[in-house]
Write a protein that binds this ligand. Structure first.
Ligand code: M6R
Length: 629
């Protein structure tokens, strides 16, 4: 979502802010802005609509000196993505600047009150109330003869945030305290990076990784004063907090695009390597034909687990649905997948010996974090042992809020993903679920040793097949994409283990090409969606040999009878003659089929969007991590 970066220290602030914002731009890109206190103690603020490069062009010829500053990339919530709504927002004297991530739920009430007092608002945002309220507080504090310094700013900000409702992460500077930076958070991430004689504070670690590897993640409801001399951190009770910094767990480096035009394309090509690394990291041979799954945490608690609930959003939820299929059908353990946003307000009754799995590539998705937190709290409130929280998180970001919240982490290890449409992290999440399904199958003897070993061997043999698949499908999809120039609707069908892949195929297409697409279980089409079918509505059907192959083919027949152009994702085998166009898969066991079936779908979406000349990596209205509810 929005990105915050803030610095104070001995180096000029502007280049550090721009560098940090460049690392965060993938999170939000509607508009961007910076504010710096210059050497004459004046606050300088610049903002631009659109991509960060517009801001860079604007400030690059200006001599903005000064050693304390804040920057922001925005993903609009309140007010259109135009300059007046870009952050930072200022008070009416132009002496205080604020950047904020989150949503101030009671801003309307606060705004009306301020307007009655004569404050003239310049933007439509919720954030703008904050600098005006800080100004009011500073006026009140000046009557108490408090000096103009960082401590006074800290008191003013603390008084203001006690009146704010909602979730926020914010950074504030004031020309009255030219070396000070005040930062605060509630349910939105902020991390302080510790340099020598300088500090950076950011909403996500990539903005810090170039600066320092030593970080202090702020806890919920904390507020901090940062000056070149040090940090003062306080909790919501105004108790000073002392704790040791920690090291960044992963490199968090944003890699370059190599020779690819878009990150998304590169990330699709990364997947065979991710499979190779997964095999190395998570599988080890214990004797001639026995393997074990390696986790970085003690797995004894899994033995007593009787059911699983998975909390996730978007693509992570689709991976979780494949996971749920594997955990139920391969490992024999009842599993439910919830939209995290729904679970928060209508959780199921507490059941004993339940494992809760949070799944999030970013580890920062507000709905998933809130659902997990709620589940942990309500389980801890009971004193019954069998109701206590058992937790696992599957994430690509060890240094994220989810990484810190949950003790048992399955690291997706896919490397940082920049394309807003998730591809390689989805693939890594699938692999994580294969590992978990094998682990549970071994614990519960739900399958014979041979069946488990066959799945393991298939996973070991997968990477070269994936390499071949990615490169051959790249060419096929590039060609096929031309046929989608005038298409407005696409239907994706799948069944069983590949139903979630149909959902994911539809989501990818929607996200980056803006073509309407919907995924259905193939057997469900005749119960309504079939009304949509006609010549101009292509149907993409995933048909992999196994339990439901013939059924999927019959469902495809129903579409063909309605004149739909039929695209099959299937191996070359009997039955596929029905398809008008084939995206061929290698002959692979049904259990493994989602790992191969998703690749043509990713590539097809990519090429359709690229062919239309769209901004594939930063599609409209989306953000890489959704940190608001
Ligand atoms: O970071 P998360 O995996 O928790 O994100 C969840 C969704 O916001 C995310 O998967 C979203 O659907 C992506 N844009 C998918 O491409």
């Amino acid at each position: 979502m929005c990105g915050i970066v803030a610095v104070t220290g001995y180096r000029k602030a502007l280049p550090l802010l721009i560098d940090g914002l460049q690392k965060l731009e993938y999170r939000g890109y509607d508009s961007a802005g910076i504010a710096v206190i210059n050497e004459d103690n004046n606050l300088i603020c610049d903002k631009s609509e659109g991509k960060l490069k517009n801001l860079i062009n604007k400030v690059s010829n200006k001599d903005i000196s000064g050693y304390v500053g804040i920057g922001h990339t925005r993903w609009a919530t309140h007010g259109k993505p135009i300059v007046k709504n870009a952050h930072p927002h200022l008070d009416s004297l132009g002496s205080i600047a604020v950047v904020q991530n989150g949503i101030i739920e009671n801003f309307q009430e606060l705004k009306s009150k301020l307007e009655k007092e004569g404050v003239d608002f310049k933007s439509d945002t919720d954030t703008e109330v904050i600098p005006h309220l800080i100004q009011k507080e500073l006026n009140n504090l000046s009557k108490l003869n408090l000096e103009n310094n960082g401590s006074t700013l800290l008191i003013a900000v603390r008084n203001v945030i006690s009146d704010l409702e909602g979730a926020y992460a914010l950074a504030v500077i004031w020309s009255g305290a030219p070396d000070s930076l005040v930062v605060a958070r509630r349910q939105a991430p902020l991390i302080i990076g510790l340099g020598e004689g300088e500090f950076v504070c950011a909403s996500d670690t990539p903005a810090i990784a170039n600066f320092t590897k030593t970080i202090l993640p702020m806890e919920d409801e904390e507020i901090g004063l940062l000056t070149p001399l040090g940090i003062e951190l306080y909790d919501s009770e105004n108790e000073r907090q002392y704790r040791n910094p920690v090291s960044l767990k992963s490199s968090e480096q944003v890699v370059d695009k190599k020779n690819f035009r878009h990150y998304m394309h590169k990330e699709i090509y990364d997947q065979p390597e991710i499979a190779k690394n997964w095999v190395k990291k998570y599988l080890s041979k214990i004797d001639s034909n026995q393997y074990k799954i390696n986790y970085a945490f003690d797995t004894n608690f899994l033995e007593g687990i009787e059911r699983i609930q998975i909390l996730a959003c978007g693509t992570s939820r689709h991976a979780s649905m494949v996971g749920s299929y594997l955990l139920e059908q391969f490992s024999g353990i009842p599993t439910n997948v919830f939209y995290a946003s729904e679970f928060r307000y209508s959780p199921p009754p507490l059941l004993p010996n339940t494992l809760t799995i949070g799944v999030s590539q970013s580890g920062e998705t507000a709905d998933t974090l809130a659902a997990l937190n709620m589940e942990i709290k309500r389980r801890k409130l009971t004193n019954k042992l069998e109701l206590q929280p058992n937790l696992i998180a599957i994430t690509n970001r060890l240094d994220s809020s989810m990484g810190r919240l949950v003790p048992n982490i399955i690291d997706i290890s896919a490397g940082i993903e920049i394309g807003v449409a998730a591809t390689k992290t989805f693939f890594g999440q699938l692999l994580s679920f294969y590992g978990l399904a094998i682990k549970f199958a071994q614990l519960r003897n739900s399958k014979s040793a041979d069946e488990i070993n066959n799945l393991i061997l298939d996973l070991i043999n997968l990477p070269p097949q994936l390499e071949e698949l990615v490169s051959s499908h790249n060419k096929i999809s590039e060609k096929l994409a031309h046929d989608f120039s005038d298409i407005k609707d696409v239907i994706f069908l799948g069944r069983g283990i590949n139903y979630p892949i149909a959902l994911e195929g539809a989501l990818k297409l929607k996200e980056i090409s803006y073509i309407h697409a919907a995924g259905y279980p193939a057997g469900e089409m005749k119960h309504g969606p079939i009304a949509l079918l006609e010549k101009k509505v292509p149907v993409i059907s995933i048909a992999t040999p196994g339990k439901v192959f013939e059924k999927v083919i019959s469902n495809a027949q129903e579409a063909k009878a309605r004149d739909s152009y039929l695209i099959g994702i299937a191996p070359k085998c009997k039955g596929i003659e029905i398809f008008d166009f084939l995206l061929p898969l290698p002959a692979i066991d049904e259990w493994l089929s989602p790992l191969v079936a998703v690749i043509p779908l990713q590539l097809l979406s990519y090429h359709i969007a690229a062919h239309k000349g769209l901004d594939v990596d930063q599609p409209r209205n989306l953000a890489k991590s959704v940190t608001v509810e």
